[in-house]
Design a protein. Structure first.
Length: 118
């Protein structure tokens, strides 16, 4: 089953990538996303993933009465923002939770799993 794993951090919506919410005093190896990526790619459970730019760089698209309406910035202002995503292919929710719980950002931020409609 495929899952979208959203990596959310608590930072200003217009903040840059920076340290993506690294806890103060965290050792670099505690937040080594590259090691997690290598492990999950090696296991074949991570199909793709990327860090994304801040909400201040986004464009919201709506169509009303046949007209395309664009708005600069995020759809909603929130305290937590999506910093990146991964697409996982896991046998079930238990495996997806195991994979997500190993992501370094889960230690100090939020990782959300959403199943794909299949």
């Amino acid at each position: 089953m495929k899952y979208l794993m959203l990596v959310c951090v608590n930072r200003p919506a217009d903040g840059g990538a920076g340290d993506l919410g690294r806890p103060v005093g965290a050792a670099p190896d505690e937040m080594d996303v590259d090691t997690w990526v290598e492990e999950m790619d090696g296991r074949g459970v991570r199909l793709l993933g990327e860090a994304i730019r801040p909400g201040s760089d986004s464009t919201t698209v709506r169509v009303r009465d046949g007209k395309v309406l664009l708005t600069d910035g995020p759809y909603a202002e929130t305290k937590d923002v999506i910093a990146g995503f991964d697409v996982l292919d896991c046998t079930d929710l238990d495996q997806a939770v195991e994979v997500a719980s190993k992501h370094p950002m889960a230690r100090s931020n939020v990782v959300e799993l959403r199943p794909f409609w299949e």
